[in-house]
Structure formats: structure tokens, C-alpha cells
Design a protein around this ligand. Structure first.
Ligand code: GDP
Ligand code: IMO
Ligand code: MG
Length: 425
């Protein structure tokens, strides 16, 4: 029998591409949905039966009663956020205590990580990253500097000492950053939230996914954030602190590169970004406002308005290459239905030269070359089959496929689980 492969689903832009919705749609085809990086900075929205759920730490397969959900070693968990998520889901997902498995190797976000996040942002002033302030950067910093605390440490006899030592170091740093601190209330809540881990199956070793592969389980790795927020390949320093690209699934779950199967890339029909940093196709004007209004572009985690702009094919092509995407899914085309004209960036202009790659410094881009498409001016939100989609939309999709040399298999036309048009059988 051919050994099972792990498929990976990732966002190809600056996050919020609709990953949660698509993972939920695909989850009935998989035995396990596994998160491999990020933490409560993520906000993945799922909509079905007229209800909306936003997941931060928990994988988006949790609503499928027959699907296991795994939080991998590469994820960082804030026990308080995690506890609140469980509380809000346990009624709708009574199977949650059986179906959710957590790696003992995942790192814990401490209350002082959140304070440090805020302190660093404050110190950066106008150059701030625009972090979600969930403690992500400081937690990954401690992981890399080999002083982090992991889920498994909660059950070790020296846990309290380890915690205190790390917190003292954080407090010293907060003093240097002149950030006022009072952690006693936060600590009480944090320790109480940590009790929740007693109710779950914790994966003892990093072999959970390898065992599942050996048992021919179909696995989908669910990425958080987007490729342009990747710590190595994103718009540094305006990025998150993990490898969001498909390669992150190898280290964040314990999967060998040769065990990766399909790489499913999700992108919006336009572009959004929350937080600071360059955004070449941003429309800081009426067009951007219209996209935000129709697309309800407000952060799922922080509620901040998302910056909006046209689809950037130069960046999309790069993201497809760096991830090895072989299956493309487009979301939110329905948001463009009232536009007379729709634009896509096909090249950047730097020093009077047109380039079709991402430059070292995105701020040096002077101009954007756009291709303009005629809008379809037809509500597509009820479309079920290819025949329900207008020809102008196909012209738009064909151009994207040609430019990126990758075919689009699914057009998502609304937030609901069932609002999808499959282009191939
Ligand atoms: P994620 O972080 O990638 O999971 O995306 P978010 O959940 O943060 O943001 C995507 C938003 O768009 C959510 O509110 C979804 O319900 C919504 N959404 C997803 N797909 C579609 C679509 O095809 N059309 C519309 N109109 N909304 C969508
Ligand atoms: P999902 O999984 C969109 C952005 C923040 C900020 C930068 C660093 O829902 O797509 P961090 O909190 O990681 O230190 O923030 O990254 N960011 C996201 N933007 N979607 C997300 O997740 C994001 N997670 C982080 O806005 O610019
Ligand atoms: Mg999101």
C-alpha cells in the first residue's frame, strides 16, 4: 500500500484569505486536521447553519465529529485563550475532549509574553509591527533562545521554579523597556486556565503524525497567517514570528519533506493586510473603502479594519512558488460583483524598470502596472455550478491561472460552508 501523504493548506497573501472556511469544507475528506504554527494571533472564521465561529488555536476540523484535530509542536498556546475557546465550543462540539490532541512540545504563552509584546511595540513607536499583541513574538523568542516553557513542562516537578525564573527575566526586561507591570491577577487566571490541559490527550512524543501516517490516516496541515507574513520570506520585519509557508508543516508537526502531498493555496480575489508594513497594491481611497465594506474586512482576532487593495499577481506567483502550490482556491470573488472594473498587479516599477519579482525593499516600488478587467456586475453568491458563473469572471480567473501557471479548482462565493463552485469534478 502507498504510504499516506500529508496535504498542506496555506494562505498565499497577508492572512485572512478564508483558510478556516476552506479547511472546514475539506475536513470531511480527512482523518486529522493539524495546526503547525502560529497561535492566538490567528482568527479562522467558519460559518454554517446561520452560525459563525472564530477559532484561534483550535484546528478548523473540530466541527466534524469524525475528525481528529491536532495542535502540533510548532504552535504556541495561550492557556487563557485556549480555555475560553474550549468553553465556547464544548456545547456545539461535545466530542472536543476526545477529538482534540495537543503536542506536549507546543510552547506556552505566558502573561508576561503578552506584556512584552505590548512593551516592544510601544518602544518601536511609529515603526511598530502592528502585532495582534497576543505574545507571539516574545514566546517564539524564548523558544529559539532555549528558555521557553512547553505544555509537557506543566507536569514536571520543577515547573513552578522554571516558570518563576522565566517570569523574573521577563520582568527585568519590562523594567528596561519602562513598561509598567502588574501580573498577579493575570497569573491567577493563567494558572487556573492551565488546568484545562488535564482534560485532553497530550501527545507524548513527536511521533503522533508519523504513527498516523503509518496507519494510513489522511492528514491536512492547516496553516495560519499567510505566506507574506512568513518570518523568512515575508515583508520583514512586518511579519509574524513563525514559518507560515508549507515547509513549516514539516518542522511544526514532524513530517518529512517527502511525506508532503498536495499543497493547497488559498487567496482572496483582492488583497488585505492588518497591521503595518508595505502593501504595494493598497487602495487607501474609495475603492479600498468599498472592498472593506462589502467584504466585511475587519480583523477576526482584533476587530481592526483591514487595509484593502487589488490582487497582486507578482506576490501571488512568488507565494505559489515558495510553497509548491499545486491546487489553488480563490475566495471572496462575490465581493467584487458590483465593481465596474477590477484590477490586478502584473509588474512593479523600480528605477524606471518593470520587474515581476518581489524586491528586497518593497518600499522602493514607485509604480504598479495593472491589468484591468471588466466587472461581471452580477450577484454570484448563490452560484452552485460553473454554469452559474459569468464569462467575465472566467476571463479574470483564466488570466490568474495563466500568470501563475497553476489551475484554480474552487471558487468560494460566500462565507457559508456550502457557498462553493468546484471548477473540476
Ligand atoms: P482566515 O484567517 O484565513 O481563516 O480568514 P478569516 O476568517 O480571518 O477572514 C475571512 C473572512 O471572509 C471571514 O469572515 C469569512 O467568513 C469570510 N469568507 C470566507 N470566504 C468567503 C467568500 O468566498 N466570500 C465572502 N463574502 N466571505 C468569505
Ligand atoms: P490568520 O491565521 C492576518 C499580522 C498582524 C501583524 C503581524 C504580526 O487569521 O490569517 P503577531 O501578532 O503575529 O506578532 O503580528 O502579523 N497577523 C495577521 N494578519 N491574519 C492573521 O492570522 C494574522 N496573524 C498575525 O496583524 O501585522
Ligand atoms: Mg483570520
Amino acid at each position: 500500500m502507498i504510504p499516506a501523504k500529508v496535504d498542506v493548506l496555506i494562505g498565499l497573501q497577508w492572512g485572512d484569505e478564508g483558510k478556516g472556511k476552506i479547511v472546514d469544507c475539506l475536513s470531511s475528506k480527512y482523518h486529522i486536521i493539524a495546526r503547525y504554527q502560529g497561535g492566538p494571533n490567528a482568527g479562522h472564521t467558519l460559518t454554517f447553519n446561520n452560525s459563525k465561529y472564530i477559532l484561534h488555536t483550535i484546528p478548523s476540523g473540530i466541527f466534524q465529529p469524525n475528525c481528529k484535530n491536532y495542535i502540533g509542536n510548532g504552535v504556541v498556546i495561550d492557556p487563557i485563550v485556549f480555555h475560553n475557546e474550549i468553553m465556547s465550543l464544548q456545547k456545539v462540539c461535545p466530542w472536543i475532549y476526545d477529538n482534540l490532541i495537543i503536542s506536549k512540545h507546543a510552547h506556552l504563552i505566558l502573561p508576561t509574553h503578552r506584556l512584552l509584546d505590548a512593551a516592544y511595540e510601544q518602544a518601536k513607536g511609529k515603526d511598530k509591527i502592528g502585532s495582534t499583541l497576543k505574545g507571539i513574538g516574545p514566546c517564539y523568542t524564548d523558544k529559539i533562545s532555549r528558555q521557553g516553557i512547553r505544555v509537557g513542562d506543566l507536569f514536571q516537578p520543577n515547573f513552578k521554579t522554571k516558570y518563576q525564573e522565566l517570569v523574573q527575566r521577563h520582568i527585568a526586561l519590562l523594567k528596561i523597556l519602562e513598561y509598567p507591570t502588574s501580573i498577579s491577577d493575570l497569573e491567577i487566571e493563567w494558572f487556573s486556565a492551565c488546568e484545562i490541559f488535564n482534560k485532553f490527550n497530550l501527545a507524548e512524543s513527536n511521533f503522533y503524525i508519523q504513527n498516523a501516517i503509518n496507519n494510513h490516516q489522511q492528514i491536512l496541515a492547516e496553516g495560519a497567517q499567510g505566506s507574506l507574513l512568513d518570518i523568512d520570506f515575508g515583508s520583514y520585519p512586518y511579519v509574524t514570528s513563525s514559518n507560515t509557508i508549507a515547509a513549516g508543516a514539516c518542522t511544526g508537526l514532524g513530517v518529512a519533506p517527502r511525506q508532503i502531498g498536495d499543497v493547497i493555496g488559498i487567496f482572496k480575489a483582492y488583497t488585505t493586510r492588518v497591521g503595518s508594513g508595505p502593501f504595494p497594491t493598497e487602495q487607501d481611497n474609495e475603492t479600498g473603502e468599498k472592498l472593506r465594506k462589502i467584504g466585511h474586512e475587519y480583523g477576526s482576532t482584533t476587530g481592526r479594519p483591514r487595509r484593502c487593495g487589488w490582487l497582486d499577481l507578482v506576490a501571488l506567483k512568488f507565494a505559489i512558488q515558495i510553497n509548491g502550490v499545486n491546487r489553488l482556491i480563490i475566495t471572496k470573488s462575490d465581493v467584487l460583483s458590483t465593481f465596474d472594473e477590477i484590477k490586478v498587479a502584473v509588474a512593479y516599477e523600480i528605477n524606471d524598470e518593470l520587474i515581476t519579482h518581489i524586491p528586497y525593499n518593497l518600499e522602493t516600488i514607485r509604480n504598479i502596472e495593472y491589468k484591468t478587467f471588466k466587472g461581471w456586475k452580477k450577484d454570484i453568491s448563490k452560484a452552485k455550478t460553473k454554469n452559474d458563473l459569468p464569462k467575465e469572471l472566467f476571463t479574470f480567473l483564466s488570466f490568474i491561472e495563466e500568470y501563475t501557471n497553476t489551475s484554480i479548482e474552487l471558487v468560494s462565493v460566500g462565507p457559508d460552508r456550502n457557498a462553493n463552485v468546484w471548477l473540476n469534478n
